[in-house]
Design a protein around this ligand. Structure first.
Ligand code: NDP
Length: 282
């Protein structure tokens, strides 16, 4: 037996086709979704992500504006830019590419974005809405993971769900989404004892640690849905946090890296920007 591959690229393409159709309808009403991306400094991975976002905006007929700023920019200058973008009616989504240089307060800057334009879903208001199960912007990677789980055909309700990793951008928001879908959710982290014992319980296992190949076939329950969030750039290329070769014969469904969660994250960003454009023009 070999796991079914959950093709994130294909699912993302389907979502983008729907978005394109909705954008046409919105444009007919005189509104073009606009995304502003703020990139501070020279982190090479961040530059790749930002180019990808620009390309997606172009493909989908969005307006995109990218602000490439020097690593030396002051916090006040950055806050002024965000204030201008908050007030700009042509901009519906604002994304500050993380990580930021150490002299800038990520919390302060993210909290300064108008929650309605916070298409990353990292603003405390949006995270609070997520915790309460109310409508708001949902962080893109966890939202994309939920779509991939849907694609697997496995119902979350009543299932054992295990997330490895408790970051604010993946593990914690995903915990709430799986809980809302009625899963029984366990979150593991670097202090978890007997990790393999916990991961082996999972019907749905999501790994987001940044540790290449951390989860192998012996840590997976036969037939489980395994979602690999990891993006580790090694000399041999891009690999996930799941040891693909040993998990493939054990799992029921598995996401590849690349081509799994990554394309879904971008598709959900585009979806959030469209949603913001609709909401702000109601
Ligand atoms: P963080 O570094 O913020 O968090 C990593 C988490 O993994 C922490 O909670 C940490 O535990 C836990 N962890 C680390 N080592 C172990 C271990 N040996 N056993 C158990 N838990 C461990 O990472 P992110 O959440 O930002 O990202 C995780 C991975 O996902 C990265 O590879 C990143 O590149 C990728 N990513 C991919 C995205 C995509 O679109 N495909 C989007 C976002 C991230 P503790 O809290 O105790 O330190």
């Amino acid at each position: 037996m070999s796991a079914r591959i959950l093709d994130g690229k294909a699912v993302a393409a389907k979502i983008k086709t729907e978005i394109r159709r909705e954008v046409e309808g919105l444009k007919a009403k005189g509104v073009t979704p606009g995304l502003a991306v703020v990139l501070v400094g020279d982190d090479p991975a961040s530059h790749i992500y930002v180019r990808n976002k620009e390309r997606n905006c172009q493909e989908l007929g969005f307006n995109s504006q990218t602000f490439r700023l020097p690593a030396t920019i002051s916090q006040d200058e950055l806050l002024t830019l965000i204030q201008q973008l908050n007030a700009d009616p042509a901009i519906h989504g604002i994304l500050v590419q993380l990580p930021l240089p150490a002299h800038l307060s990520t919390e302060k800057i993210i909290s300064f974005i108008k929650p309605e334009k916070d298409v990353d879903g990292f603003h405390p208001v949006n995270l609070g809405n997520l915790l309460r199960g109310e409508a708001g912007m949902i962080p893109c990677t966890p939202a994309g993971i939920m779509e991939l789980i849907k694609e697997s055909g496995v119902e979350v309700a009543g299932k054992e769900c295990v997330i490895v990793g408790r970051s604010n951008i993946v593990g914690k928001p995903l915990f709430h989404l799986l809980l809302q879908a009625h899963g029984t959710v366990t979150v593991c982290h670097s202090r978890t004892r007997n990790l393999a014992e916990v991961t082996r319980r999972a019907d749905i296992l999501v790994v987001a640690t940044g540790q290449a190949g951390l989860v192998n076939g012996e840590m997976v329950k036969p037939g489980a849905v395994v979602i690999d969030v990891g993006m580790n750039r090694l000399e041999t290329g891009l690999v996930g946090d799941v040891d693909f070769g040993s998990v493939l014969p054990v799992a029921g469904a598995l996401t590849p890296v690349p081509g799994g969660v990554g394309p879904m994250t971008i598709a959900m960003l585009m979806k959030n920007t469209l949603k913001a454009a609709v909401m702000l023009n109601k």
